[in-house]
Design a protein around this ligand. Sequence first.
Ligand code: SF4
Ligand code: SF4
Length: 453
Amino acid sequence: MAKCYARLVIYVKKVVMQKFLKLFRNKTALPTVPAYDPEIRQISDPERVMIPLDYPGRIHYLPTVKAGDSVRRGQVIGRSRLGNSTFASISGKVREIATTWTAQSVHSPAVVIENDGQEGLAPEEMFDDGPVALTNPLAALERIRSSGVNAPWTLSGRDYGSGDIATLPRLEAVIITGVQEEPTILTSQLLLEQQAEKVAEGLKRVRMLLPDADIWLTVPEELKSWAEERFSEFAKIAPLSQDYWSRIEREVVAKLLGRRIPNRESYISHGIIVQDIENILAMVDALDGISPFIQKCLTISGPAIDKAVTVRFPMGSSLKHVLGSQGLQISDYTRPVVGGPMKGIAQYSDLTPLTYNSGVYLIAEDLSPFDQIAPCIFCGRCTRVCPAKIQVHLINRMIEFGQFNSTHNLRPEACHECGLCAYVCPAERPIVQLLHFCNHEMTHGERYVWNEE
Ligand code: SF4
Ligand code: SF4
């Protein structure tokens, strides 16, 4: 018995010592822009696509096709209550309306189309009324919505009845992101550089449609003067550096507009819109009657990938098809993460359909076994790194022991879910998940409701 106890003490000491050694070994290195190939590679049509219809909190489409229908690329296959549309990204036969787990871990109905190799619809078949002039803002709005583009002044989903739209505050600021929050995702930066004229045209149209709003364009720091020369007539230029810290979206919004918007509140309820540059380019195509939004760009990166590559793929392609197009396969990696290293979501299947996703981050190294609640060693790294300046380790301990109401004075609702605390935690604790759980409970559970005070 005494021997067992002595062994246990030695084991515990060893574990504690390892944690401390790890703490000093692991200096925090935040993700930065990787080496990359600047070419955006067009990938071929897959044999089948699966187009999800449900994007909770944003949009819900009802299918306009049924199993057995033949569809052509560019044809509407789903429509929301407000007229937003989603499209067939390849031509083929609708095999079924199935359910799928999306890359955001949402269980959603989806239209499954099997490729029959037919041509897609021509622009004049998709847009029989041709280009839309901005002199008619209502027609422009209608065109943008019906082309699958989530433009700044459209409201998409089931969460907004027409009455609610009228009660929303006036749009005061539009922030267009020419750099992605996750530095490993290069789609916005490459589109900005390679389609500068079209970006300028998009900004000009946003300015015409929202003449009273402040318009910002974020750009990589090294492109500041280049961007000012081309875009400052239409937008204020906000240069951002290469590290994640400077790009956390809600921090960027706070810096530019002088207002902090809590994670659980939508930008639009504060008169603010944050839009990716790819949406602005898609808006130009829609208004000009060229194409609806049916292809998306995405960067594949990861520690074992020498040069990040960016591809353009038909929406609804599987992860397997997108990786396979670049000679990669999921079995060579321990975790495929859709998104980036900080906020991405690990996928369990390579059949997951990709739609509005901008990155895949492939992790190849061994992972430590998941420890449900690893003990906190009170090193304070999480709190030091937190941009929202909250006492992360204290809040976490309270949540762990179910003391949700005690967290109130420590403001867990200020958390952006940026992932920095978990990234630097030597104990690899599930910090963000605990905070997310706490905020979800407070907002949707029957516990303390933040808004009451
Ligand atoms: S995820 Fe962590 S570091 Fe980021 S804001 Fe929330 S508590 Fe702070
Ligand atoms: S939760 Fe925070 S204080 Fe605890 S071990 Fe992790 S980083 Fe250190």
